[in-house]
Design a protein around this ligand. Structure first.
Ligand code: PLP
Length: 220
């Protein structure tokens, strides 16, 4: 069995154990295998294994890597995790099924425009900047509800909130805060937890874990 497949199986075991440990019933998080920078030859083992959710952070890279594969395998779901520029939205809507980085009305409006042109619905996460100065992406916490309402008025399908805590801090307080905000907005899904902290994200019932290096190995 290929190393990436072994890694995914082990991660899923750890997730199960953590769910039992925390006594969370009726909850099964999705694992997005974050394949950015890796060549399709390295990713294909997981595809053959039957894993469906993959994450990328650049539109161009996603188009080049996934266009053919997605045409032949309709079960593959592709997640946009990186900052989205408005001139790239048209292509993002073409290739991605989920966008986790919506953080402005401008981007939301653009996605809605492109969706109506191609008659496709993207599943959306609103990226929230939980108050850290260094981190530039994400909507300010105080403006999250306003952006959510705007997205709804545009008929966008918002699943929940996403966060990317600063690397050098304990993510737990961030996860706790995002979960609270997500619940208060009555959103069902939540996108948080990466290779280093997905175990902690389970405690706060993240439903989409974005795991890259623990599956595919170190990135250059
Ligand atoms: C790269 C990336 C990940 C995965 O990071 P790992 O530490 O390799 O698991 C998750 N989320 C976002 C937004 C990313 O850009």
């Amino acid at each position: 069995m290929h190393q990436t497949v072994q890694n995914l199986i082990q991660i899923k075991e750890e997730i199960k154990e953590e769910i039992i440990k925390n006594n969370i019933g009726d909850y099964e998080p999705n694992v997005i295998a974050v394949s950015k920078t890796f060549k399709i030859e390295h990713i294909s083992h997981l595809i053959d294994f039957g894993h469906f959710h993959y994450g990328e952070n650049k539109v161009q890279e996603a188009l080049e890597k996934w266009s053919n594969i997605k045409q032949n395998n309709k079960k593959i779901k592709l997640h946009m995790l990186g900052k989205l520029q408005s001139n790239k939205v048209k292509f993002a809507v073409k290739i991605f099924d989920y966008i986790h980085s919506v953080d402005s009305k401008k981007i939301a409006q653009k996605i809605a425009d492109e969706e109506s042109k191609v008659n496709k619905k993207i599943k959306i996460f609103i990226q929230v900047n939980l108050g850290n100065e260094i981190q530039k992406s994400g909507i300010n916490i105080d403006h999250t509800r306003e952006l959510l309402d705007f997205c709804k008025s545009m008929k966008l399908e918002v699943l929940g909130l996403m966060c990317l805590p600063p690397f050098d801090e304990d993510p737990e307080d961030y996860f706790k805060e995002l979960k609270k905000l997500n619940d208060s907005l009555e959103l069902k899904e939540i996108s948080m937890g990466m290779s280093n902290d997905y175990i902690k994200a389970i405690k706060y019932c993240s439903t989409f874990l974005r795991i890259g290096s623990s599956i595919f190995g170190k990135r250059n």
